[in-house]
Design a protein around this ligand. Structure first.
Ligand SMILES: CCCCCCCC/C=C\CCCCCCCC(=O)N[C@@H](COP(=O)(O)O)[C@H](O)/C=C/CCCCCCCCCCCCC
Length: 224
């Protein structure tokens, strides 16, 4: 499906030509032929989601700020002299572990390692997968705030302190209704949105699972 040219959000320059489908394409590109996760495309996927979130209003600012700062930390690694070690999640894990660049048990000299930073986004990817699935199967009168909160409670919430959970809960209540949400995605009719979600979900799920298995294998799922 081609993207529509209408703008569904505030008329900021970065909102022009926005199309949610393009943003999810980046996650598809992040899967290499040998099923490694290419960090540059993974971050482009997240960046697109943050752009989308920014269109939904300032109330989500604290969420998009946190995601953006994590994207930036990883981009800095990619652009550093060791950038080639950060080509895939697999190469990053190998490089950082072999060079003792990860605080494994408690925050120490590497509080912002690539591994711990990507883990935060990875946990959020599970929320995204659950939210997209709820959206895809929702009825016309389904409430995005409830779908979002349910997906959050089933995934990310367990990693957040009370104050963040409360703030997130308040923000979710400000989400637009299902139809306006679909409009903001700028994909087309509700049927076309649902079809697009059906295509996007297996990709998001695969990227999530590959990263999950890798982190589990190296015992990295609880990095401080
Ligand atoms: C068709 C579906 C459209 C979906 C559109 C999704 C747009 C989502 C865009 C970005 C998602 C934000 C990802 C948030 C990453 C959070 C990482 C995290 O857990 N950070 C916490 C821990 O970090 P450290 O302190 O250990 O460095 C940090 O404390 C979090 C702070 C901010 C609050 C995070 C709340 C997350 C809620 C996720 C749901 C987003 C709701 C979007 C509604 C469409």
């Amino acid at each position: 499906l081609p993207c529509r040219s209408i703008m569904a959000g505030p008329a900021a320059p970065e909102n022009q030509n926005f199309c949610f489908k393009d943003e999810l394409e980046a996650f598809k590109l992040s899967l290499s032929p040998n099923k490694e996760v290419i960090i540059e495309h993974y971050l482009a996927g997240w960046n697109g989601l943050v752009k989308f979130l920014n269109r939904l209003g300032n109330v989500f600012g604290f969420i998009s700020k946190d995601a953006s700062s994590k994207i930036q930390i990883l981009r800095n690694f990619l652009n550093s002299e060791h950038g080639s070690e950060y080509f895939t999640v697999q190469s990053m894990v190998k490089y950082e572990l072999e060079n003792n660049l990860v605080d494994l048990k408690k925050a120490g000299s590497h509080p912002e390692s690539g591994c711990r930073t990507l883990l935060r986004l990875h946990r959020a990817l599970r929320w995204l997968e659950l939210f997209l699935e709820r959206l895809r199967t929702s009825q016309e009168d389904g409430k995005t705030s409830v779908m979002c909160a349910d997906a959050y409670n089933e995934s990310l919430a367990q990693f957040h302190p009370w104050v963040i959970r409360k703030a997130a809960g308040v923000a979710f209540c400000m989400l637009p209704g299902r139809l306006s949400f679909f409009e903001a995605m700028n994909v087309g009719t509700p049927d076309q949105v649902v079809a697009m979600l059906g295509e996007a979900l297996p990709v998001v799920a695969e990227v999530y699972q590959i990263t999950q298995d890798l982190y589990a294998k190296h015992d990295l799922l609880d990095l401080p």
